[in-house]
Ligand binder design. Structure first.
Ligand SMILES: *[C@@H]1O[C@H](CO)[C@@H](O)[C@H](O)[C@H]1NC(C)=O
Ligand SMILES: *[C@@H]1O[C@H](CO)[C@@H](O)[C@H](O)[C@H]1NC(C)=O
Ligand SMILES: *[C@@H]1O[C@H](CO)[C@@H](O)[C@H](O)[C@H]1NC(C)=O
Ligand SMILES: *[C@@H]1O[C@H](CO)[C@@H](O)[C@H](O)[C@H]1NC(C)=O
Length: 960
C-alpha cells in the first residue's frame, strides 16, 4: 500500500486501484507497434470474411443449419434450466479427497460444533442458549468427518489411522472468509489481477483466471485457520465478474496431487456460481471521467446495472423461447441456432437463479438502489459487502427480492472513505438483533485474511453474541455460499476442514496449532506458542449493552478493581496495590484514592457520589498512538479532510496542522488512546517533519493541556515510499539524510535569541538531532535499510566526535518505526541502542520491503517482537491506518498473549505507553500525570471496555 501514497486513488485500495504508473516510453512504443500489427491482421481477416459472405450470400437458408449443432444447442437448454441442487450429506467420500490421505483420529479435543445442543429451539439458539464447547474425539476418513464421540476406541479404526493428541485444546471448523482477493496480486503488491478495468460491466470475466496458487499468502492466510474463501474480483466495476469458492490446500505439501487452480475448487461439481458486483464510489472513481466513459454518478451506475440486466433478461428470454420451441418442434426443425453469447452468459445465469450475487455496497442510496434492481429483475443478492450502513436500514434489506441479504462486514475498519464515515462497531450486534446475518471478512489484502477471526472476536467484544460471532466466520458464510451442508461446522458428513487452536479463537492472539483441509494436515512442523490460558472464555452477555459517555464533576467511586498499573497509587491516600478488590475514588477529575479507600468511599457516599461497581476493573495510564495520522487526517481517501502531505523539500511541523474534533480522535479517545504523537503525513507511520504531542480529547490546539509537546521528533521516510521524482532511490534518500546531518554537524552559524525563519528550517531541527535534543525517527521496513540506518548512526557519531573531539562518545538518538524485518538485525539494533516501534505488530507481505517478515505461529516461530525482546531492543507498538488506533490496547494484548512470558501485563501496556516515551527520550512521570483510564475487564483483552477517563479539566468522562 505504500506505493499508493502518491496515487490519485484513495489509499484505501479495496483492490480497485489500477496501476497509476505510466509505462516507460519504450514499452509504449513497442505496444503501439504491436497494436498496429493486430489492427492490420484484423483488416485482412475482415476483408476475407466479407469476400466469403458475398460469395455465399445466395446459399443462405435454414437448411444450411447443422442438425448436429441444433441438437447440441438443445442439450444446452438442460444446463440453462438446471437448478443448483442441495448437496446430499450422505456421501461416502469427499470428492476433494486425495486417495492415500490416511484416516485421522483427533483425540481429546474441546469442540465447537457450530450447532446448539439437539432439541434447542431456534429462538433459544438465537438468544445464545444451547451452545457449548464439548469434550470429544473426532474421527476423519476419506476427507469427511465420520464421527464425533468421546473415547473412540483405536481398535475400531483402520490400522493406518494417524493420531493427533489435542490435549483438550479447542477445535473448530475451518474458518471461511467470504471476501478475499488472495492469489490475485503477487507478493509485495507487485502485480495485480484483481480488477478487469477495460469496462464497467464485466460479468463475463472470472476471478479464477487470475488466481496464482503459489502466492505466499495462500499459505500464511491458512496459518490463521482460514481453509475456504470466496475469491472475488475487485470492486472497481459495477459488475466485476464471476467469483470462486476455493480452499487453501496447494500441491503435494498440502496433501494435494497437483498444483493447479482447478484443484482449489471447494466444490469440484461447481454446483453454485458466484458473482461480484459493486456500487458507489469505486466505479464512479474508476470510470467516471466526463466525456470518456461513465458512470460519473450513482445515477449513471444505476443505469449501468439496469441496462446490463435488461440485456441479460432479453438474452434469457430469447434462449427460453428457443428452448421451448425446440422442445415442441424438435431441435432439427429450428430455423436458427440457440443464441449464445459469452458476454451475457453469466448474467443470464444470474437471472436463472444459478449464481449467488455478492455486492460491495456501503450506503443507503447504494443499498436501496440495488434492492430495487433485485426486485425489477428478480434476482437474489446473498450478501452486501462492506455494508457499513446496513445496520441503519434493516427494513430496506428485507425488501430485497428472494430473501434478506446478509452483511459481510469489518469489525471496526471504518472512516477510510466517505462511504465508510457512517459506521458503527456495533453494526453486527444491531443487525443480528434484526434477524440479519452478519459475517466477518478480510477483503484481503485490505485486511490480512490470516487474522479474519480477530474481526469476529472484536465483533463479539462489541456486543454480537459469542456464538453468532463464531458463526460469522464459519457456518454463516458457508450457508451464504450454498455450502452450509458441507463446510463451516464440525458434523458427521461434513468436509474435514478442521482447526485446533492454541487458545479460544475469539481471544487476542489466537492461532492454530494445526489445520486440516479435507482431512490432510496442512503444516508439517507447526510452531506452537506456549500459552497459559487455553480454556474457552465464558461469554459475557453484558457486552450487549452499549455504554454512553458523560462528564461528571465532584466525586465518583469505582469498585471491583483487580489491577492497577504500578506507581498509580503513589501519593494517593491509600497505597495497597495488589488488593484483589480495590476501589478508585476520583474527585473533580483527580484520583484521590486507590485501594480499600474506606474513608474516601464513606465521604463520597455521604456526598451522594456515583458509585460504579466493576467486574475485573483495571486502572491504567492512557494509551499513546505514535506516528499515525491521528489529528492530521480524518477520512483517508479525502484530501480535504487532511492537513496534507509533507512537502517534498523542507520540513513542516504537525503542530501547525493539527485538526481536532473528528470521529477518528473521538474513537481513539473512547478506546483509552488519550494521547497521540503525530508527524506530518497522509498515510500511516511514514511521516516526514516534526511531530507534536497532543491529547485526543482536546477541542482545539489552544485549549489547556491540548498540546503537551510542540516538537517531539524529526521524522523521515526510508521505506519504498521514500522514492519519488526527486529522490529516485532508497540509497538516495539515505544519502540525502546523511548529507544533511553532516552539514548540521559542520554548520557553525550561531543561534540568536531572536526568532528567525531559519529557526524553523530543516537545518535547525537537524542541529537539534546532532546535539541530542531531538530524536530522529526513521520509517523503514527492510532489514537492509535498517542495517543502513545502523551504519548511518555510526557514521554520524564518528563525524560528531571528529568535529568536537572533546565531547564524550556521542549517541545519536535514532528510532526506527515500521520495522517489519527487524528480527533479522535484532542483535545489531540492540548493540546500536536503537529502539523500534513496530507498525504494524503483525506484518504480512504487503510491500516488497516486508517480504521477509514473520507472520507468526504456526508458520513462524513467533513474530518480530519476540526476537527484539530477546535481543534486548526497546520496543513500542503503532499501527498503519488511523482507524486501528482504537485497537492499540488489543494489539498490545496480542503481543502479550504471544510473548511466551517475555512480557507481563505492565510491560505489555508499556508497548503503547511508557516505551514509546522512553524511545523518544521523553521523561514520563506516571504518578504525576493525573490521567488515568478505568476499564471493566482488561484493555488488552476482547471485551475489555472503557469506563472512565480522568481528565485534566476537573471532570471525569464516565461510560455507563
Ligand atoms: C485431555 O487433555 C487434558 C489436557 O492435556 C488432560 O488433562 C486430560 O486428562 C485429557 N483427557 C483424556 C481423556 O485424555
Ligand atoms: C564557519 O565555517 C566555515 C567553513 O566551514 C568558515 O569559512 C567560517 O569562517 C566559519 N565561521 C565561523 C564564524 O566560525
Ligand atoms: C541544540 O541545538 C539547538 C538548535 O541549534 C539549540 O537551540 C539548542 O540550544 C541546542 N541545545 C543544546 C543542549 O546544545
Ligand atoms: C523459537 O525461538 C526461541 C527463541 O526465540 C527458541 O528458544 C525456541 O527453541 C524456538 N522454537 C522452535 C520450535 O524452534
Amino acid at each position: 500500500m505504500d506505493k499508493q501514497l502518491s496515487d490519485d486513488l484513495p489509499t484505501y485500495r479495496d483492490a480497485t486501484a489500477p496501476s497509476s504508473m505510466p509505462l516507460p516510453t519504450w514499452i509504449n512504443r513497442r505496444r503501439r507497434r504491436r497494436d498496429f500489427r493486430v489492427l492490420a491482421t484484423a483488416c485482412l481477416v475482415f476483408l476475407a470474411i466479407s469476400a466469403y459472405r458475398i460469395a455465399n450470400n445466395t446459399r443462405k437458408s435454414t437448411s444450411t443449419l447443422s442438425i448436429e449443432r441444433l441438437h447440441q444447442d438443445h442439450a444446452v437448454c438442460a444446463t440453462l434450466r438446471r437448478e443448483p441442487a442441495q448437496v446430499s450429506t450422505a456421501r461416502d467420500h469427499n470428492k476433494r479427497w486425495v486417495k492415500g490421505t490416511k484416516p485421522l483420529l483427533i483425540r481429546n479435543a474441546t469442540i465447537w460444533t457450530g450447532e446448539p445442543a439437539a432439541g434447542t429451539s431456534e429462538s433459544d439458539a438465537r438468544a445464545g442458549k444451547g451452545w457449548s464447547w464439548i469434550s470429544s474425539d473426532i474421527f476423519v476418513d476419506k476427507g469427511l468427518i465420520v464421527e464425533i464421540r468421546p473415547s473412540i476406541a483405536l481398535k475400531s479404526l483402520p490400522s493406518d489411522t494417524s493420531i493427533f493428541e489435542a490435549h483438550g485444546r479447542l477445535l473448530t471448523a475451518g474458518i471461511v472468509d467470504m471476501h478475499s482477493h488472495a492469489g490475485l496480486s503477487s507478493e509485495g503488491g507487485l502485480q495485480d489481477d484483481t480488477n478487469e478495468m477495460s469496462s464497467d460491466i464485466t460479468p463475463y470475466v472470472r476471478s479464477i483466471d487470475g488466481v496464482d496458487p503459489l502466492q505466499p499468502e495462500m499459505e500464511y492466510i491458512k496459518s490463521g485457520g482460514v481453509t475456504t474463501s470466496l475469491f472475488l474480483p475487485g470492486s472497481g466495476n459495477n459488475m466485476g465478474g464471476e467469483a470462486f469458492v476455493l480452499k487453501f490446500a496447494v500441491g503435494k505439501k498440502n496433501g494435494r496431487e497437483e498444483i493447479s487452480q482447478q484443484d482449489l475448487y471447494a466444490d469440484p461439481d461447481r454446483n453454485w456460481r458466484y458473482m461480484k458486483m459493486a456500487c458507489g464510489e469505486n466505479p464512479k472513481r474508476v470510470y467516471g471521467k466526463v466525456g470518456e466513459h461513465g458512470p460519473v454518478s450513482r445515477l449513471g451506475e444505476a443505469w449501468e446495472f439496469r441496462h446490463a440486466l435488461e440485456q441479460a433478461q432479453q438474452y434469457v428470454r430469447e434462449q427460453d423461447d428457443w428452448c421451448t420451441s425446440a422442445d415442441a418442434r424438435g431441435a432439427e426443425n429450428m430455423a436458427t441456432y440457440l443464441k449464445q453469447d459469452l458476454r451475457w452468459e453469466s448474467l443470464g445465469a444470474v437471472l436463472r437463479g444459478q449464481v449467488r450475487i455478492n455486492t460491495h455496497c456501503y450506503t443507503i442510496p447504494d443499498l436501496e438502489a440495488f434492492v430495487r434492481h433485485t426486485n425489477e429483475f428478480k434476482f437474489r443478492v446473498y450478501a452486501f459487502h462492506h455494508a457499513h450502513q446496513t445496520y441503519l436500514v434493516p427494513e430496506v434489506l428485507k425488501r430485497a427480492w428472494g430473501g434478506t441479504p446478509a452483511a459481510a462486514l469489518f469489525a471496526d475498519n471504518m472512516y477510510y472513505k466517505v462511504e465508510a464515515y457512517t459506521a458503527s462497531e456495533r453494526a453486527g450486534a444491531i443487525l443480528y438483533a434484526h434477524n440479519i446475518t452478519p459475517t466477518y471478512v478480510s477483503d484481503n489484502p485490505v485486511l490480512n485474511s490470516q487474522h479474519v477471526v480477530f474481526e469476529a472476536a472484536k465483533a463479539y467484544g462489541n456486543g454480537l453474541p459469542y456464538h453468532a460471532a463464531l458463526a460469522g466466520v464459519t457456518s454463516a458464510p458457508a450457508d451464504l455460499l450454498g455450502l452450509g451442508d458441507r463446510i463451516g461446522k464440525i458434523k458427521a458428513g461434513f468436509d474435514a476442514d478442521i482447526v485446533v487452536w492454541d487458545s479460544d479463537p475469539l481471544t487476542v492472539g489466537a492461532a492454530p496449532v494445526q489445520v486440516w483441509i479435507d482431512g490432510a494436515a496442512q503444516f508439517k512442523d507447526p510452531y506452537e506458542l506456549k500459552k497459559s490460558d487455553v480454556e474457552p472464555i465464558t461469554p459475557n452477555p453484558g457486552l450487549a449493552s452499549e455504554l454512553e459517555m458523560s462528564s461528571v464533576s465532584g466525586s465518583i467511586v469505582f469498585s471491583g478493581i483487580s489491577y492497577a498499573y504500578p506507581g498509580i497509587a503513589k501519593g494517593k491516600s491509600t497505597q495497597e496495590q495488589h488488593v484483589d478488590n480495590m476501589s478508585a475514588v476520583f474527585h473533580n477529575g483527580k484520583l484521590v484514592c486507590l485501594g480499600t479507600c474506606t474513608g474516601e468511599i464513606e465521604a463520597a457516599r455521604s456526598a451522594n457520589a456515583l458509585v460504579v461497581q466493576l467486574r475485573n476493573g483495571h486502572v491504567t495510564p492512557p494509551l499513546t498512538a505514535f506516528s499515525t495520522t491521528l489529528g492530521l487526517a480524518e477520512i483517508d481517501a479525502e484530501p480535504d479532510t487532511h492537513d496534507g502531505p509533507p512537502p517534498s523539500d523542507g520540513i513542516t511541523r504537525a503542530i501547525d496542522g493539527l485538526l481536532f474534533g473528528g470521529k477518528q480522535l473521538a474513537h481513539a479517545y473512547s478506546h483509552g488512546v488519550t494521547r497521540a504523537i503525530s508527524a506530518p503525513n497522509e498515510y500511516g507511520f511514514q511521516a516526514k517533519g516534526v511531530s507534536a504531542g497532543f491529547r485526543t480529547g482536546a477541542k482545539h490546539v489552544l485549549e489547556d493541556n491540548a498540546v503537551w509537546a510542540d516538537e517531539v521528533g524529526l521524522h523521515y521516510v526510508l521505506t519504498l515510499a521514500a522514492k519519488d521524482e526527486t529522490t529516485v532511490s532508497v540509497s538516495a534518500a539515505i544519502s540525502n539524510l546523511r548529507g544533511k546531518l553532516l552539514d548540521a554537524i559542520n554548520d557553525n552559524t550561531t543561534v540568536t535569541d531572536i526568532p528567525t525563519k531559519d529557526g524553523y528550517a530543516e537545518k535547525a531541527y537537524l542541529k537539534r538531532v546532532i546535539n541530542g535534543t531531538l530524536p530522529l525517527v526513521l520509517a523503514a521496513h527492510s532489514a537492509d535499510t535498517i542495517a543502513s540506518i545502523i551504519r548511518l548512526k555510526s557514521t554520524i557519531e564518528h563525524a560528531i566526535l571528529k568535529a568536537t573531539p572533546s565531547s564524550s562518545q556521542p549517541d545519536l538518538h535514532v528510532v526506527v518505526i515500521g520495522a517489519a524485518e527487524a528480527h533479522l538485525v535484532a542483535t545489531e539494533l540492540a548493540a546500536a541502542k536503537i529502539p523500534v516501534i513496530l507498525a504494524p505488530l503483525q506484518p504480512h507481505q504487503g510491500s516488497w520491503d516486508q517480504k521477509r517478515c514473520l507472520t507468526g505461529a504456526p508458520l513462524t516461530n513467533g513474530t518480530t517482537i519476540n526476537w527484539l525482546l530477546d535481543a534486548g531492543v526497546l520496543v513500542g507498538l503503532s499501527v498503519e491506518e488511523t482507524w486501528e488506533t482504537r485497537d492499540l490496547g488489543l494489539l498490545a494484548g496480542i503481543a502479550y498473549a504471544n510473548s511466551e512470558e517475555r512480557l507481563n501485563l505492565n510491560q505489555a501496556l508499556d508497548l503503547v505507553g511508557r516505551n514509546v516515551y522512553k524511545a523518544l527520550g521523553i521523561e514520563v512521570n506516571v504518578s504525576g500525570g493525573e490521567e488515568w483510564v478505568v476499564w471493566e475487564g482488561s484493555p488488552l483483552e476482547i471485551g475489555g471496555r472503557i469506563r472512565a477517563i480522568s481528565g485534566l479539566s476537573g471532570q471525569i468522562d464516565v461510560w455507563q
